[in-house]
Design a protein around this ligand. Sequence first.
Ligand code: GLC
Ligand code: CA
Length: 564
Amino acid sequence: MTDQLIAPPAVEAPPASWWRNAVIYQIYPRSFADSNGDGIGDLPGILSRLPYLRDLGVDAVWLSPFYSSPQADAGYDVSDYRTVDPIFGTVADAEKLIAGAHELDLRVIVDLVPNHSSDQHEWFKRAIADGPGSPFRDRYHFRPGKGENGELPPNDWPSIFGGPAWTRVCDPDGTPGEWYLHLFAPEQPDFNWEHPAVRDEFKTILRFWLDLGVDGFRVDVAHGLVKEDGLPDVGHEAEWHLLGVGESPCFDREGVHEIYREWRKILDEYPGERIAVAEAWAPTLARVADYVRDDELHQAFNFSYLGTAWNVPAQRQMIDDSLAAMRVVGAPTTWTLSNHDVVRHSNRLLQTGDGEVAGRRPTAVDPVAGLRRARAASALMLALPGSAYLYQGEELGLPEVVDLPPEVRQDPAFHRATGQDGYRDGCRVPIPWSGTEAPYGFGPEGGGSWLPQPDSWAQLSVAAQEGVPGSTLELYRAALAVRRGMPALAPTDNLRWVPAPDGVLAFERAVEDEPVFRCTVNMSGRPVAVGRPGELLLASGALDGTADNVVLPPDTTVWWSIQD
Ligand code: GLC
Ligand code: CA
């Protein structure tokens, strides 16, 4: 492996902005903290736990949807974008939460779900009730069926959650009528983004939350809003997953970018750098970079990285390619290893040695080995230039829960066997805060939790790890503290690889071309001795060694300060 300085930025160095290297913590509201004992997390629960997040050292939180919703897809089916679902609280609770976060210097990003609404949204209800010809049908994709009596779906698109992407409606007189498009569950009809009312509506929704003080939006299915004209068939092999689909009539169409240019203007009208982060599962990094051109959104999750195998060539290539792709548009890379849709990386990185995307079907792994690798991976990610998203519970080293019985599972795709997802409940189990029995402080004693927590989670609770040297929580706290305190970790263009033994990844971060920080990751599967380049700042696992050498056990990451 040769010393290699990454090429200088192709565009002028962008100004320092809070989000360029921010660490943002994803809160999945129903599973974070329950204030009233109904077993479902809520906004007052989150408010009460904000000091924990400040002490963890993150810069911002992203909240998955808490809007009014029948919860057919855990809130990603929104029936009213300007209200809070009673299970989570009220708009006043949201305001208190935003204010409370700001007092602690935490920014707040909320989820925006523009690809589809709930089938209980006022517009969709009108579209059904008013029957064929209703102007509300134009705001969605209604089409007559094929076949003699319209009994076949209008095209061959499958739903990501399994089955066809079309459902036939009953007309007000009870006869079978038109079909409507839903790329996800039937309860999630896709909006027609060619309709001006849809575009206007979302601009006012953006303003509603911006006026309430949010610092940004995570844009759900950001690559899906615009469909190819005429909704053409894709052929007999119609099947797609969110990532790596190549050309598709419903994902990553050129037309989505115009929408984000309009949104960017709105965001820029507000003070304090309000941002948007795209959930865009585009087929290549270059296509992902299109979403973060300087007149579009600010960040886009790097899902290619999330799906990268745990070995030196794959990781190094992906890091290089990611930095290079984003450099072209002057945007930072947005790293992430876990979220509410994928198998927790404490399982996934062992499970998908071949780097298969999201490791959709979780399987049990040796929990000790899984956690060791996850800690090493997180320490690697947090040493990379750019922004990083954490998913609640990863800082506790929570494993994927792989043995949830079918009757408690709520992922809408679970019972649609052909769907892409369906196994997402295992990463959504409520957080253990304290105590020796479920719900482990998630809610009031005796309150329960909407998904059962494993018996073994007492030892993973926040209380069990706080202040305990070597705990995963203390590892994350230390990493975030170093990140904040070290100016060399802020720039996004100062990574250079350094030579390392086989199976070891090593890079430095430089200030004015002088390396001041080094990250060394042992992916070799055996203990490896490395020289001490400077002062040890952080280690993801216990080390052996001498005054000159350090022995890194397998799956261990260390950070060094190499300042004179
Ligand atoms: C996004 C969300 C996922 C949801 C889907 C449909 O992928 O992250 O949870 O099911 O969109 O809204
Ligand atoms: Ca509750």
